[in-house]
Write a protein that binds this ligand. Structure first.
Ligand SMILES: Nc1ncnc2c1ncn2[C@@H]1O[C@H](COP(=O)(O)OP(=O)(O)O)[C@@H](O)[C@H]1O
Ligand SMILES: [Mg+2]
Length: 245
């Protein structure tokens, strides 16, 4: 995070979310700085996906606030959030399967009233190159591999030059080569475009290597926040997550 004393890019403040009798999030607070990677870990069912869903407006929080550059976003709908600079990838990659790979990249730009087609096309080409899909640009998305669909979903999340991208288990079930490429693309996006990421993953060594800041949820609570080294050595994290068989 969040080295600066200035306003963080994203501030999550005492967020709570309950589903019937299940407390999915219990007073979760942390912040995300500009051009940084936050690794979000925790056992299955600890509230990671619910938190991403609250941040991007799929669920309303029961209490607490989420602010992006100081502006409350926890009452906004998902479709309004892309315009504020927040995008998302999913646990199972979502692409428009019947559209060509290149066409997938234009979808997030269609809401722009004064779409500059030349600039959009250049941006699409740049991202296709970045994720190694240039030669598949005209293929129908359902015909490329699952790993390539994940890369396509990632490229689509970046096309509008978001300030923050939420990624839910991007490395789960992907070939190591695709994982390496995704990690490189995330780093590239942070370094060249100043994008920030919240990345949920069980691949703890990878997350430690790429995160500036980590958060561990256990049973909906923030068990630890801080540098990757301090979080993975934290007793609550070891007991509640890492030490579990
Ligand atoms: N839409 C939902 N309806 C009811 N319960 C839910 C819903 N989404 C998540 N939960 C519950 O909230 C808790 C946290 O789930 P989730 O955020 O998916 O955890 P994680 O992503 O860390 O595995 C779990 O107990 C889960 O069953
Ligand atoms: Mg999840």
């Amino acid at each position: 995070m969040t080295a600066s004393a200035e306003q963080p890019l994203l501030a999550i403040d005492a967020v709570g979310k309950r589903f019937g009798g299940v407390i999915a999030l219990d007073d979760v607070s942390f912040s995300v700085g500009a051009h940084s990677v936050v690794g979000l870990i925790g056992p299955n069912g600890s509230g990671k996906t619910t938190l991403l869903n609250v941040i991007n407006g799929v669920f309303a929080a029961d209490h607490g606030e989420v602010r992006l550059s100081g502006i409350r976003i926890d009452r906004k709908r998902s479709c309004e959030l892309a315009a504020t600079g927040l995008t998302r990838t999913f646990q199972a990659a979502r692409v428009f399967r019947t559209l060509a790979v290149r066409q997938n990249l234009f979808i997030p730009l269609l809401h722009q009233s004064a779409l500059d087609r030349t600039a959009a096309s250049a941006r699409a080409n740049e991202l296709l190159e970045l994720v190694g899909l240039t030669k598949h640009a005209e293929s129908i998305a359902s015909e490329i591999s699952g790993g390539q669909q994940r890369l396509l979903e990632f490229a689509r999340a970046l096309v509008s030059r978001p300030r923050l991208v939420l990624m839910d288990e991007p490395f789960a079930g992907v070939h190591p080569q695709i994982k390496t490429l995704l990690v490189r693309c995330i780093r590239d996006s942070v370094a060249r475009e100043g994008t920030s990421f919240i990345i949920v993953s069980h691949e703890v060594p990878d997350l430690v290597a790429m995160s500036d800041f980590m958060v561990c949820l256990v049973e909906g609570r923030t068990a630890a926040t801080g540098s990757p080294a301090t979080v993975i050595q934290n007793e609550r994290v070891i007991e509640g997550y890492l030490g579990r068989a």
